[in-house]
Design a protein. Structure first.
Length: 202
């Protein structure tokens, strides 16, 4: 898919204030600092569309971007960010969960996982929550440039094995590097395919 236009639309903390209309929507989620905003900039080929930071907890709002006047891309706050305290985390959790449960036009969630780490409880629990609530998702392993190809393949295989213990069918899996711009075509083509299917249905 070619990205012709990418525009910021609105930021807020309330799912009810998200843009109206029946436009397919793709959200990016994962632990704080996993690289959600960087991936969004890489996909859209815009350096500063989504705000990034080396410090966790940069994105604290639901951010809508309109792509090609055709679909929404959504940058969500990260979960598991200890420094904002228990009540802060609880508030973010509530924002994220009500968005994921109530947003009718939400088409797919990309769950980002840092490819360097072993399966983390918080991510596994989040996936289970998505499954229980019927929210369709895919996995994106981020920061692939930080590992050798061999180590990357090993980690991804180990992660898949871990998932296969509790999931009958694995979700689509992508590997990305915002630094090296890898995974861009695959993720954008996947979005395009879904958008085309939705057009046929409507
Ligand atoms: P929050 O908004 O705080 O939840 O973080 P986020 O998930 O949006 O992460 P962000 O995109 O702000 O990136 C966090 C840090 O990781 C930044 O210092 C990025 O430069 C770095 N980073 C993100 N993606 C990559 C990548 O693919 N490769 C490398 N080497 N660094 C990356
Ligand atoms: Mg962010």
């Amino acid at each position: 898919m070619e990205i012709k236009t990418a525009e910021f639309v609105i930021s807020n903390t309330d799912v009810k204030k998200c843009p109206s209309g029946n436009i397919p929507e793709y959200a990016f989620i994962g632990r704080s600092n996993v690289g959600k905003s960087s991936l969004i900039n890489m996909l859209t080929n815009r350096n500063k569309l989504a705000m990034t930071s080396s410090k966790p907890g940069k994105t604290l709002l639901i951010n809508h971007f309109m792509i090609n006047n055709e679909w929404y891309l959504v940058d969500l706050p990260g979960y598991g960010f200890a420094q904002i305290g228990k009540s802060g985390q609880q508030k973010l959790k509530q924002i994220i969960e009500s968005y994921l449960l109530q947003r009718e036009s939400l088409t797919n969630v990309f769950l980002l996982i840092d490819c360097r780490h072993e399966p983390q409880k918080i991510d596994i629990a989040f996936m289970e929550w998505l499954g229980e609530n019927g929210v369709p998702f895919s996995i994106v392993f981020t920061k692939a440039d930080k590992l050798s190809n061999r180590k990357l393949q090993e980690n991804v295989a180990a992660y898949k094995e871990h998932l296969a213990e509790s999931w009958e069918e694995l979700p689509p899996i992508f590997i990305s590097s915002a630094e090296k711009k890898t995974g861009r075509e695959e993720i954008l083509n996947y979005i395009e395919e879904i958008n085309n299917e939705l057009k046929v249905k409507s």
